[in-house]
Design a protein around this ligand. Structure first.
Ligand code: ITT
Length: 195
Protein backbone atom coordinates (compact mmCIF):
# COMPACT_ATOMS: atom_id res chain seq x y z
CA UNK A 1 0.00 0.00 0.00
CA UNK A 2 1.18 3.55 -0.76
CA UNK A 3 0.41 6.32 1.75
CA UNK A 4 1.05 10.04 1.40
CA UNK A 5 2.55 11.94 4.33
CA UNK A 6 1.50 15.57 4.70
CA UNK A 7 4.46 17.38 6.25
CA UNK A 8 7.21 19.87 5.61
CA UNK A 9 9.53 17.88 7.87
CA UNK A 10 11.66 15.28 6.05
CA UNK A 11 12.81 13.73 9.37
CA UNK A 12 9.25 12.60 10.00
CA UNK A 13 9.24 10.92 6.59
CA UNK A 14 12.50 9.10 7.35
CA UNK A 15 11.39 7.90 10.78
CA UNK A 16 7.89 6.84 9.72
CA UNK A 17 9.02 5.14 6.49
CA UNK A 18 11.38 2.86 8.38
CA UNK A 19 8.59 1.66 10.68
CA UNK A 20 5.83 1.39 8.09
CA UNK A 21 7.80 -0.58 5.54
CA UNK A 22 7.69 -3.52 7.98
CA UNK A 23 3.91 -3.46 7.47
CA UNK A 24 4.14 -3.33 3.68
CA UNK A 25 3.45 0.42 3.51
CA UNK A 26 5.41 2.66 1.17
CA UNK A 27 5.33 6.22 2.48
CA UNK A 28 5.93 9.24 0.26
CA UNK A 29 5.88 13.00 0.83
CA UNK A 30 2.59 14.36 -0.45
CA UNK A 31 2.91 17.67 -2.24
CA UNK A 32 0.13 19.55 -0.49
CA UNK A 33 0.31 22.04 2.39
CA UNK A 34 -0.34 20.96 5.98
CA UNK A 35 -3.02 23.40 7.10
CA UNK A 36 -3.17 23.48 10.91
CA UNK A 37 -6.07 24.79 12.95
CA UNK A 38 -5.10 26.36 16.26
CA UNK A 39 -5.98 24.04 19.11
CA UNK A 40 -4.69 22.72 22.43
CA UNK A 41 -5.32 19.20 21.13
CA UNK A 42 -2.87 17.36 18.88
CA UNK A 43 -5.77 15.13 17.76
CA UNK A 44 -7.83 18.09 16.58
CA UNK A 45 -4.84 19.57 14.73
CA UNK A 46 -3.83 16.29 13.08
CA UNK A 47 -7.32 15.21 12.06
CA UNK A 48 -8.21 18.68 10.79
CA UNK A 49 -5.06 18.83 8.68
CA UNK A 50 -5.64 15.30 7.36
CA UNK A 51 -9.24 16.05 6.35
CA UNK A 52 -8.22 19.25 4.57
CA UNK A 53 -5.41 17.48 2.71
CA UNK A 54 -7.71 14.60 1.78
CA UNK A 55 -10.38 16.92 0.41
CA UNK A 56 -7.75 18.43 -1.89
CA UNK A 57 -5.87 15.31 -2.96
CA UNK A 58 -8.30 12.38 -2.57
CA UNK A 59 -5.44 9.96 -1.94
CA UNK A 60 -4.84 7.81 1.18
CA UNK A 61 -2.73 9.86 3.57
CA UNK A 62 -1.48 10.44 7.08
CA UNK A 63 -0.62 13.50 9.16
CA UNK A 64 1.70 13.44 12.18
CA UNK A 65 1.28 16.17 14.76
CA UNK A 66 3.55 16.01 17.74
CA UNK A 67 4.92 17.99 20.64
CA UNK A 68 7.05 18.04 23.76
CA UNK A 69 5.20 18.29 27.08
CA UNK A 70 7.43 19.36 29.98
CA UNK A 71 6.18 18.48 33.46
CA UNK A 72 7.67 21.44 35.36
CA UNK A 73 6.22 23.82 32.73
CA UNK A 74 2.74 22.24 33.07
CA UNK A 75 2.88 20.71 29.62
CA UNK A 76 4.43 23.65 27.77
CA UNK A 77 5.24 23.85 24.85
CA UNK A 78 2.89 20.94 23.96
CA UNK A 79 0.89 21.70 20.82
CA UNK A 80 2.94 24.89 20.37
CA UNK A 81 6.24 23.00 20.10
CA UNK A 82 6.89 23.87 16.47
CA UNK A 83 6.47 27.62 17.13
CA UNK A 84 8.48 27.49 20.36
CA UNK A 85 11.28 25.59 18.63
CA UNK A 86 11.42 28.22 15.88
CA UNK A 87 11.38 31.12 18.35
CA UNK A 88 13.28 30.33 21.59
CA UNK A 89 14.66 26.95 20.45
CA UNK A 90 16.51 24.35 22.47
CA UNK A 91 18.50 27.00 24.36
CA UNK A 92 15.31 28.82 25.35
CA UNK A 93 13.84 25.66 26.86
CA UNK A 94 17.07 25.00 28.77
CA UNK A 95 16.96 28.58 30.11
CA UNK A 96 13.36 28.08 31.31
CA UNK A 97 14.48 24.94 33.14
CA UNK A 98 17.67 26.39 34.65
CA UNK A 99 17.86 25.32 38.31
CA UNK A 100 14.68 23.23 38.00
CA UNK A 101 15.31 19.75 39.44
CA UNK A 102 12.20 18.12 37.92
CA UNK A 103 13.34 17.40 34.34
CA UNK A 104 10.53 14.99 33.38
CA UNK A 105 8.96 15.42 29.95
CA UNK A 106 7.06 13.41 27.35
CA UNK A 107 6.88 13.64 23.60
CA UNK A 108 3.41 12.94 22.24
CA UNK A 109 2.60 11.99 18.67
CA UNK A 110 -0.76 11.79 17.00
CA UNK A 111 -1.05 10.19 13.59
CA UNK A 112 -4.31 10.85 11.76
CA UNK A 113 -4.90 8.45 8.89
CA UNK A 114 -7.44 8.81 6.11
CA UNK A 115 -7.50 5.58 4.20
CA UNK A 116 -10.88 5.19 2.52
CA UNK A 117 -13.30 3.98 3.68
CA UNK A 118 -11.75 4.65 7.08
CA UNK A 119 -10.39 7.48 9.14
CA UNK A 120 -8.55 6.77 12.34
CA UNK A 121 -6.32 8.47 14.90
CA UNK A 122 -3.38 6.93 16.82
CA UNK A 123 -1.80 8.52 19.88
CA UNK A 124 1.44 7.45 21.56
CA UNK A 125 4.04 8.97 23.84
CA UNK A 126 7.63 8.62 24.88
CA UNK A 127 8.60 9.85 28.34
CA UNK A 128 12.01 10.74 29.68
CA UNK A 129 13.90 13.79 30.87
CA UNK A 130 15.32 17.07 29.63
CA UNK A 131 19.11 17.06 29.80
CA UNK A 132 21.18 19.90 31.32
CA UNK A 133 22.77 20.70 27.94
CA UNK A 134 22.32 19.66 24.28
CA UNK A 135 23.97 16.39 23.19
CA UNK A 136 24.23 14.80 19.75
CA UNK A 137 23.90 15.88 16.15
CA UNK A 138 21.18 13.55 14.81
CA UNK A 139 17.44 13.95 14.58
CA UNK A 140 15.60 17.26 14.68
CA UNK A 141 13.81 19.72 16.94
CA UNK A 142 14.23 19.00 20.64
CA UNK A 143 16.08 15.70 20.09
CA UNK A 144 19.41 17.04 21.51
CA UNK A 145 17.85 17.73 24.94
CA UNK A 146 15.54 14.72 25.35
CA UNK A 147 16.67 11.36 26.76
CA UNK A 148 13.98 8.63 26.84
CA UNK A 149 13.59 6.81 30.15
CA UNK A 150 13.61 3.42 28.40
CA UNK A 151 17.02 4.20 26.90
CA UNK A 152 20.56 4.28 28.28
CA UNK A 153 20.78 8.00 29.05
CA UNK A 154 21.65 9.11 25.51
CA UNK A 155 19.48 11.74 23.87
CA UNK A 156 17.47 11.03 20.72
CA UNK A 157 20.04 13.14 18.84
CA UNK A 158 22.78 10.71 19.92
CA UNK A 159 20.90 7.74 18.42
CA UNK A 160 20.52 6.37 14.91
CA UNK A 161 17.02 6.56 13.44
CA UNK A 162 16.58 2.84 14.12
CA UNK A 163 17.47 3.35 17.79
CA UNK A 164 15.23 6.40 18.16
CA UNK A 165 12.42 4.36 16.60
CA UNK A 166 12.74 1.80 19.38
CA UNK A 167 11.55 4.37 21.93
CA UNK A 168 9.96 7.29 20.13
CA UNK A 169 6.38 8.53 20.36
CA UNK A 170 6.20 8.69 16.54
CA UNK A 171 7.42 5.12 15.96
CA UNK A 172 5.02 3.77 18.60
CA UNK A 173 2.07 5.51 16.93
CA UNK A 174 3.30 4.29 13.53
CA UNK A 175 3.42 0.67 14.73
CA UNK A 176 -0.18 1.04 15.96
CA UNK A 177 -1.10 2.37 12.51
CA UNK A 178 0.75 -0.51 10.81
CA UNK A 179 -1.04 -3.15 12.87
CA UNK A 180 -4.41 -1.51 12.26
CA UNK A 181 -3.84 -1.21 8.50
CA UNK A 182 -2.90 -4.86 8.29
CA UNK A 183 -6.03 -5.91 10.19
CA UNK A 184 -8.44 -3.42 8.60
CA UNK A 185 -7.50 -4.34 5.08
CA UNK A 186 -7.32 -8.03 5.79
CA UNK A 187 -10.83 -8.24 7.24
CA UNK A 188 -12.31 -4.85 6.40
CA UNK A 189 -13.47 -4.42 9.99
CA UNK A 190 -12.59 -2.09 12.85
CA UNK A 191 -13.96 0.53 15.15
CA UNK A 192 -13.04 3.29 12.72
CA UNK A 193 -15.51 5.73 11.35
CA UNK A 194 -16.53 5.19 7.75
CA UNK A 195 -16.05 8.13 5.41
P1 ITT B 1 5.04 19.53 9.97
O1 ITT B 1 4.02 20.35 10.75
O2 ITT B 1 5.31 20.08 8.64
O3 ITT B 1 4.69 18.06 9.96
P2 ITT B 1 6.76 20.19 12.22
O4 ITT B 1 8.17 19.85 12.54
O5 ITT B 1 6.36 21.64 12.32
O6 ITT B 1 6.44 19.61 10.76
P3 ITT B 1 4.72 19.64 14.21
O7 ITT B 1 3.81 20.75 13.77
O8 ITT B 1 4.11 18.32 14.53
O9 ITT B 1 5.82 19.33 13.12
O10 ITT B 1 5.56 20.20 15.42
C1 ITT B 1 6.23 19.34 16.21
C2 ITT B 1 7.36 20.07 16.89
O11 ITT B 1 7.62 19.35 18.10
C3 ITT B 1 8.63 20.00 16.04
O12 ITT B 1 8.87 21.20 15.37
C4 ITT B 1 9.70 19.72 17.08
O13 ITT B 1 10.18 20.93 17.58
C5 ITT B 1 8.96 18.99 18.18
N1 ITT B 1 9.05 17.54 17.98
C6 ITT B 1 8.06 16.66 17.65
N2 ITT B 1 8.53 15.43 17.53
C7 ITT B 1 9.85 15.50 17.76
C8 ITT B 1 10.89 14.57 17.76
O14 ITT B 1 10.69 13.30 17.44
N3 ITT B 1 12.12 15.01 18.05
C9 ITT B 1 12.35 16.29 18.35
N4 ITT B 1 11.45 17.25 18.36
C10 ITT B 1 10.18 16.85 18.06
Amino acid sequence: MRLGLVTGNRHKLEELSLVLRDYGVELYMLDTPKIEVQSNSLEVIALGAARKAYSRTRVPLIVDDSGLFIEALRGFPGPYSSYVYKTIGVEGILRLLRGVPDRRACFHAVIAAIVPPYEKVFHARSCGFITESPRGAGGFGFDPIFAPEEGDGRTFAEMSIEEKNRYSHRAKAARMLGVWLREAFKRRVGSSKHL
